[in-house]
Design a protein. Structure first.
Length: 167
């Protein structure tokens, strides 16, 4: 089945792309139906910063105002530049798809083991590539990644989440 994005664009690359040269428009959004969990997942085609590698569940932020380059290094950017999470392997300086909307089964957490179901998720300000939470009912002070759909997995330091950056 063909995968379409904004304005009916048919994408040439798979979501698992790890391209050494750009093959899609940077910042392009891609929408795909999630047959397992329902709803739609949203993806963006981005450049990976030269000092970053991406793995599934790595929390990423934008390094530029155009939302085309991502990093997991929180010192290169800030909490309000939340971009999404890695969905596969991304090599430093390459081009990949990241997820910015919909269900993701395993966002990396900061290991505090305190994320409850329905907690608001934000970029952790002190640890690279992970999320932290704001208790349900508490107003977050930074851009929201999404919300937890279950309590965090303390052993794996991950949390299932519904991303809302591009929804």
């Amino acid at each position: 089945m063909a995968k379409y994005g904004e304005f009916g664009h048919l994408f040439a690359t798979a979501l698992s792309a790890n391209d050494s040269t750009r093959k899609e428009p940077l910042g392009a959004k891609r929408y795909e139906y999630d047959a397992t969990n329902g709803g739609v997942k949203v993806y963006r085609y981005v450049a990976v910063a030269s000092d970053t590698t991406v793995a599934n569940g790595t929390v990423l932020t934008y390094t530029d105002a155009y939302h085309t380059t991502v990093t997991s290094d929180i010192s290169d950017t800030g909490q309000n530049a939340a971009a999404g999470v890695g969905i596969g392997t991304g090599t430093a300086g390459y081009y990949v798809w990241i997820q910015s909307g919909g269900y993701h089964s395993a966002l990396k957490t900061n290991g505090d083991d305190d994320i409850a179901k329905y907690a608001t998720l934000i970029v952790d300000p002190t640890t690279d590539g992970v999320c932290d939470s704001v208790a349900s009912g508490t107003a977050p002070t930074h851009r929201i990644l999404g919300y937890a759909v279950a309590a965090d997995d303390d052993t794996a330091n991950t949390v299932a989440a519904y991303l809302t950056i591009d929804n």
